[in-house]
Design a protein around this ligand. Structure first.
Ligand code: ADP
Length: 401
């Protein structure tokens, strides 16, 4: 199996590949990439160059990905040349292009935030006015003006309702996403010269993720629906399953994710990022078609990890049980901090909490860089959060005892 991309997702896939007896090959940008360090069959090449992709595909029975950055046109070329690409170019485009994703999901009846493709700041102002009109038509006069005042909308006469703008391609970890509250702010997103997607700013209670895995034969399994905590557009913490999620919403989230997987003919992991709105609805935010940060807990917390199930699905093997080992799992990402040398912190965390599982990605520590994650399992969510946050903070250098 060939995996394009040499990051931590490919690195963690290698553990699953070893256990399954699958020979994993990786196309990495550099020899010291996280996966390149642990996968002997690593090719250092350019994932955006068709010739490099072709040469890599020659050595593999099937190609899959640890990211969404391979140009769609190259994926179609590989398929046309007879290479097996999973997920296919036709499915993957929905994780690569937010405009394509929104339009396809909406026409399939999947609930999404209200949205519009916009071409200039004037379109943004017009879209905001429409959102404002529809929001206010749902409220009676006095309640409407109170609602407007409470979120400061009357301070921005140019834009009565704030709007979320997103670059349609190439955004990640909150890069390529802007909250626009006044007409002047609407200019920046158009500077890159790529189409921009405008969305209503969803008033959500929290963010959820429904992760499913689907094989070419059409078998699919769903992991428990998780709560994902984001800071500055980056996932920092995941609780599996999402605490106090009403059963009705958990089932609906899983059905939505299965419906999307079937509709788009996804093979492998599909992560559906969702908003749980303050009035108890689910809206799809975005899709990922590769192992996803919101299911890292499954390495330690489920019978079959998302990495193993991704490999099984891509090889069209029967899928493994996604059942959790404990009532709750909490995963907290470790970001690099100012700590120049983490070894003593690493030893400290292991000895302080022997039940804590530490995953280290082999990356050079730099401030803000995602360098690992920790997971703890148990039945008391607050205790698990405290332990996992403490370890991640300690490894970052934020906690000193
Ligand atoms: P990325 O591709 O960077 O992951 P996302 O579309 O997931 O971009 O947006 C990043 C974060 O911005 C989301 O996790 C969420 O917190 C917030 N966000 C995105 N879209 C909306 C929206 N329509 N309303 C409110 N918040 C949003």
């Amino acid at each position: 199996m060939g995996m394009v991309g040499g990051g931590q997702l490919a690195r963690m896939s290698q553990s699953a590949a070893i256990a399954l007896g699958v020979r994993l090959a990786v196309l990495a940008a550099q020899l010291d990439d996280a996966a390149a360090q642990v996968v002997p069959a690593t090719t250092v090449a350019d994932e955006k160059a068709l010739a490099d992709l072709r040469a890599f595909a020659q050595q593999c029975d099937v190609i899959t990905f640890d990211h969404e950055h391979v140009p769609p046109v190259h994926l179609r070329s590989l398929q046309a040349a007879g290479h097996v690409v999973r997920p296919s170019a036709e499915a993957l485009i929905h994780a690569q292009d937010k405009a394509v994703m929104r339009s396809r999901l909406t026409s399939a009846g999947i609930p999404c935030p209200r949205h519009r493709i916009v071409f200039d700041p004037g379109d943004v102002v017009a879209f905001s006015a429409e959102l404002n009109a529809s929001a206010f038509s749902e409220l009676s006069g006095a309640a409407a003006s109170q609602a407007g005042d409470s979120i400061g909308l009357t301070n921005h006469p140019g834009l009565k309702t704030p709007v979320m703008l997103k670059t349609t391609r190439g955004g990640y970890d909150g890069k390529g996403v802007w909250i626009v509250r006044c007409a002047d702010d609407a200019a920046e997103p158009f500077k890159a010269g790529v189409p921009v997607l405008a969305e209503e700013l969803v008033n959500f209670r929290r963010e959820l993720a429904a992760v499913v895995v689907r094989s070419p034969s059409g078998q699919a399994v769903t992991y428990p629906v998780v709560e994902s905590v984001q800071r500055d557009g980056i996932c920092v913490e995941v609780v599996a399953p999402a605490p106090s999620l009403p059963g009705r919403l958990a089932v609906e989230a899983q059905r939505l994710a299965l419906a999307v997987a079937a509709e788009l003919d996804v093979v492998g992991i599909l992560a559906v990022e969702l908003f749980e709105t303050s009035d108890g609805r689910l809206l799809v935010n975005e899709l990922a078609m590769r192992p996803h940060n919101t299911a890292h807990w499954s390495i330690d917390g489920a019978i079959t990890s998302q990495f193993e199930n991704h490999l099984r699905a891509v090889l069209d093997l029967p899928l493994g049980s996604p059942q959790a080992h404990a009532p709750y799992a909490v995963m907290v990402n470790v970001f690099g901090g100012e700590l120049p040398e983490v070894y003593s912190a690493y030893r400290h965390c292991m000895s302080r909490d022997p039940a804590l599982k530490i995953h280290w990605y082999g990356k050079t520590v730099r401030p803000g860089r995602k360098v690992g994650h920790v997971t703890v399992l148990g039945d008391d969510v607050e205790d698990l959060r405290e332990r996992a946050r403490h370890a991640a903070g300690y490894l970052r250098g934020d906690v000193d005892e």
